[in-house]
Write a new protein. Structure first.
Length: 279
């Protein structure tokens, strides 16, 4: 859920996570932190998230048994995230991840091939845990650190963990529930917990289905309230689309995953047609 300003307009699983000064409330001989203070203390802890995650990425493979490691890249004509175009150009999106049990640690990036779109370059770190709920249902929890290295000034400095929209790291907490295979609707809630003065909440519902040998998916996403991060003044639908994907057999041992998405943002009154492939 962004670049030089918190508004993504300034700057999908087919191709496509300022607070007031802290206060202390005195009650008799006991001091209690206000809700605002507790939240501030919690978000300050996120300042160490990237360092901890990077350390985990380096050392966990040496410590955990029965692990798996994967890497690859998506190649897309446009990077469109939650209804917003980042970079207005062809983008290469590398990814590598380490998994053990239900845990996943990884790094993902998106890089424009055009210098004009380089301000939208992105390099994220993420950690997730998947919980099986039976009958193919699941609950997925993810923490994502969004970082934009080409943002101007200190907003692009990796060591800048300031909040209130002035930092270089946007920390998002996301949960997604997928219902059983008989009706595999997925519902996602993503809360921007750090560096977003509005603590924006993004909600999305998606349903997959198949026609012939093509996997299709319909999704509808909205921002739950006012958000400078998403550039909306009130609750707004920002992401409406239909995606398609299939694998094209190239050789007996190699197939190429292809995807296409039609995406509409009713708030910005823009539409996008995204095509990509994965290696």
């Amino acid at each position: 859920m962004l670049m030089l300003t918190p508004n993504p307009e300034d700057s999908t699983d087919i191709l496509l996570c300022r607070r007031q000064p802290s206060e202390v409330i005195q009650m008799g001989a006991v001091s209690f932190f206000s809700t605002s203070t507790l939240f501030n203390l919690m978000t300050k802890r996120f300042s160490f998230f990237s360092l901890a995650l990077l350390t985990s990425l380096l050392f966990t493979p040496m410590l955990v048994q029965a692990q798996s490691f994967g890497f690859g890249a998506d190649f897309v004509n446009r990077y469109v995230w939650r209804g917003y175009d980042f970079g207005d150009s062809f983008s290469i999106q590398p990814d590598f991840s380490f998994s053990a049990g239900g845990f996943t640690l990884g790094s993902w990036g998106s890089y424009s091939i055009s210098s004009d779109g380089a301000d939208a370059n992105e390099h994220d770190l993420y950690a997730g845990y998947s919980i099986g709920l039976g009958s193919s249902a699941s609950l997925d929890l993810t923490i994502t650190d969004y970082y934009f290295p080409n943002a101007e000034g200190k907003a692009g400095e990796w060591s800048n963990f300031d909040g209130g929209g002035d930092g270089a790291h946007w920390i998002e907490l996301m949960g997604a529930v997928t219902l059983p295979e008989s009706f595999p609707l997925s519902i996602t809630a993503a809360f921007m917990a750090h560096n977003d003065p509005d603590n924006s909440l993004y909600l999305e519902g998606a349903i997959p289905f198949t026609v012939s040998d093509v996997e299709l998916g319909f999704h509808l996403g909205m921002v739950a309230g006012k958000s400078d991060f998403y550039g909306v003044e009130a609750a707004s639908v920002v992401n409406l689309g239909l995606s398609a994907g299939k694998e094209v057999q190239i050789t007996e041992n190699f197939s190429l995953p292809l995807s296409a998405s039609y995406i509409m943002n009713p708030t910005t009154k823009k539409t996008y047609l995204v095509f990509g492939f994965s290696l």
